[in-house]
Design a protein around this ligand. Structure first.
Ligand code: SAM
Length: 443
């Protein structure tokens, strides 16, 4: 094969890929470990940057691990199955440390990454597109940065319930001759299967490019035979975009929500509400985040980006007036149910935008104890301006993107120091990491 490169991997990049020098060029090769000697095939070159595909590991190092998944390397879901788990934890700790330094301008003592109890089979959520192959319904994941489906019958990040559900859904589609949505022609019915399985309860949503799912009663019957507690929904998405869920979700059969318990509060979870994907790490990060909140000398506690309200529910148990702010109405319905079933009269769930609602609360109350848990894009300028004006004594920040976390820390650094920083491995085998940070006011 022509143009092959023989490289020695020197370090790991932010996406978990190997980095090597080839003369003046810097080469990025996924699925390699530092110290390994490899052969790679260039796939893209721009200036002195070369992206290459691993062809062969000619000399390996300790830590190379056999991936569990047959489509690892093809499917875009996992980046680190070839890496021993303790190396993954170190990689994530260094990633957070480097992002905070390079993007945040702060040198922070980052605690070791909290490991996940399960390194495979940890996800309580499945989200897979439907496809067709040789006339049969298939499911899979998209290749990195593409819309080309890698077909698979099984994902090792989920437990058996997910494989079973996907197989039943494919069979149902074939038995009923249901068409599959085609992104190019924009025709076809079935788009995605989205499901959650928590505490033995399944919520399955079939996302369709249409208004009805003919024959759903048969699918409900099959689910009832295979799962003790299930709820079946359709979600209508006729928009031709990448967004998976449309605005309308319709309950068809079974339970309407999951009824669970976490950190001592009972919760309610509907299909469209956000929920952390790894139950073990979720509990660990919530417990630690809550313990970091300064409730000693405050008028109110605010949980901004509160989802279904577990953290605000636990914080409300202090007896202090507690506010959750969440933009998705269904999640706020869940949070109101949580308030009711846990008898938390001092908890107020606000349905609205943190950028607006946090300022209103800070204008009204002087001493605010604040937790923020934003989506990947981090905090907007408006929210950071509110924090800088209101000057809460501390801010506990739960982040799922250490790059935007670092940017936000930088923007708040005139008033705040990082006094606690610990990564949590919410997403083993992938290059994603959850980070818990406490920011303490300087004066
Ligand atoms: C990372 S999740 C965290 C949710 C919750 N803290 C938890 O642990 O389950 C972020 C949440 O913020 C909500 N959200 C996103 N943008 C928002 C905004 N501008 N204002 C209020 N909530 C928002 C999302 O709907 C989602 O529930």
């Amino acid at each position: 094969m022509k143009n092959l490169l023989n490289l020695k991997i020197e370090s790991i990049g932010t996406n978990g890929e190997g980095i090597a020098k080839n003369g003046a060029d810097t080469c990025f090769v996924p699925f390699c470990l530092p110290g390994e000697q490899i052969t790679a095939k260039p796939t893209y070159t721009k200036g002195k940057i070369v992206n290459a595909q691993l062809v062969k590991v000619t000399k390996s190092v300790n830590g190379r691990t056999k991936p569990k998944c047959k489509v690892f390397g093809n499917c875009g879901g996992c980046q680190l199955q070839h890496m021993a788990y303790d190396m993954q934890l170190d990689f994530k700790r260094n990633l957070v440390k480097n992002n905070l330094k390079k993007l945040g301008g702060v040198e922070v003592d980052v605690l070791p990454t909290e490991p996940s109890a399960k390194t495979y089979g940890y996800r309580n959520k499945v989200q897979m597109p439907f496809g067709k192959k040789d006339g049969k319904t298939v499911m899979g994941f998209y290749k990195p940065s593409s819309h080309e489906m890698v077909v698979t019958d099984s994902c090792v990040l989920q437990e058996d319930w997910a494989d079973k559900l996907c197989n039943l859904a494919k069979q149902f589609a074939d038995d009923n001759n249901l068409s599959v949505y085609n992104e190019k022609t924009k025709q076809g019915l079935l788009r995605h299967l989205v499901a959650r399985y928590v505490d033995g309860q399944l919520l399955a949503t079939i996302v369709i490019n249409g208004d009805k799912l003919d024959g759903w009663q048969a699918f409900a019957h099959t689910l009832a035979q295979n799962f003790d507690h299930f709820g079946l929904f359709i979600n209508v998405n006729k928009k031709h975009t990448n967004v998976i869920l449309g605005d309308k979700t319709i309950w068809l059969a079974g339970i309407k929500h999951i009824d669970g318990e976490c950190c001592g509060v009972r919760f309610n979870l509907q299909p469209n509400s956000f929920f952390q994907v790894n139950d073990d790490i979720r509990d660990k990060i919530y417990n630690q985040a809550i313990s970091l909140v300064d409730t000693n000398d405050c008028d109110i506690i605010v949980d901004a980006f509160s989802g279904i309200g577990i953290m605000s529910g636990v914080l409300a148990k202090t007896g202090l007036p507690t506010f959750g702010i969440e933009i998705v109405p269904q999640a706020v319905e869940d949070a109101d149910k949580l308030k009711q079933i846990n008898n938390l009269d001092n908890l107020t769930n606000i349905c609205g935008d943190v950028n607006i609602q946090l300022k209103k609360l800070c204008d009204k109350y002087q001493k605010v104890a604040l937790v923020v848990d934003p989506p990947r894009k981090g905090l907007d300028k408006q929210t950071k301006d509110t924090i800088l004006q209101a000057k809460p004594k501390s801010v506990v920040y739960v982040s799922c993107n250490s790059a935007t976390l670092a940017r936000d820390i930088k923007d708040l650094s005139q008033l705040y120091d990082v006094t606690y920083c610990k990564p949590y491995d919410m997403f083993p085998m992938t290059n994603n990491v959850e980070t818990l940070v406490k920011l303490a006011r300087k004066v």
